[in-house]
Design a protein around this ligand. Structure first.
Ligand SMILES: [Zn+2]
Length: 251
């Protein structure tokens, strides 16, 4: 591709020093600077557990606000750690934006993600509202990769890939309920919205928000803290990322 060849030529001349200089400020370097992945390379996945520190996120559970309710920050970190184990067992290299109960602003999360030039970034949230899994992709309009991408809208160059990744995850979650038992169905939606952290990420990125499972009357049948429910969702995410990696390797 001419665009890639042009960038590779520029990259050889200006080198990573110039790139690091701009990446530290209001610009970010395009994903094309990374070596194309091969089937033999580890694919790096970024897991961004939302909230942390004083930012508790939502109070999750049947009785929000009760002492037994789990803070969202605890659930997202647990999801990140469990998914990391599943992905490393499948040969992925995994980077977590936070590994403990620490506060991180959106720029720090994007910086951590962009530094490793990941093949996919998943931002993990949880909620009491709705049912199943809510997937969100940035609402930025797609634009071609430029030599330097403005920091606040870097995701625009990846938003088409992010939609593909979102569709791959949607398909994997839908397949997780196709074993003849309707009670195992995981309702999944895919939407677009403004996502300040993701909008600065230069990787294909999807926000994954886990909601409880509900019966037809709206009664909760599985809380977001339910280990079996989490396992089914996380296995589907891992399957989607395996598919994503195989497609990248074949490209
Ligand atoms: Zn959240």
């Amino acid at each position: 591709m001419p665009g890639v060849r042009l960038w590779q030529s520029v990259w050889r001349r200006v080198g990573p020093v110039a790139c690091l200089a701009v990446c530290a400020g209001f610009w970010t370097c395009p994903k094309a600077a990374a070596q194309p992945p091969t089937a033999l390379q580890h694919t790096t996945i970024v897991l961004d557990a939302a909230h942390g520190g004083e930012d508790l996120g939502a109070a999750l559970g049947s009785v929000p606000g009760a002492e037994a309710a789990a803070p969202e920050k605890v659930v997202t970190l647990a999801l990140s750690q469990r998914l990391r184990a599943l992905l490393t067992a499948r040969g992925f290299a995994v980077v977590e934006t936070r590994q403990g109960d620490v506060a991180m602003d959106e720029d720090a999360r994007a910086t951590a993600s962009n530094r490793v030039r990941a093949e996919a970034c998943l931002v993990l949230h949880a909620t009491n509202a709705g049912s199943g899994v809510h997937l969100f992709v940035s609402s930025l309009a797609p634009m071609p990769t430029q030599l330097l991408m403005p920091w606040k809208t870097a995701q625009a160059a990846q938003v088409t890939n992010s939609l593909k990744l979102g569709n791959a995850i949607h398909a994997a979650l839908s397949a997780a309920g196709r074993d003849g038992d309707l009670a195992l169905t995981i309702p999944t939606t895919l939407g677009r919205t403004t996502l300040p952290g993701i909008d600065s990420m230069s990787c294909p990125a999807v926000a994954v928000e886990l909601a409880p499972l509900r019966d037809k009357d709206g009664k909760v049948t599985s809380e977001v803290t339910d280990a079996d429910y989490q396992t089914r969702v996380l296995n589907a995410l891992a399957a989607a990322l395996l598919e994503w990696r195989s497609e990248a390797g074949a490209a």
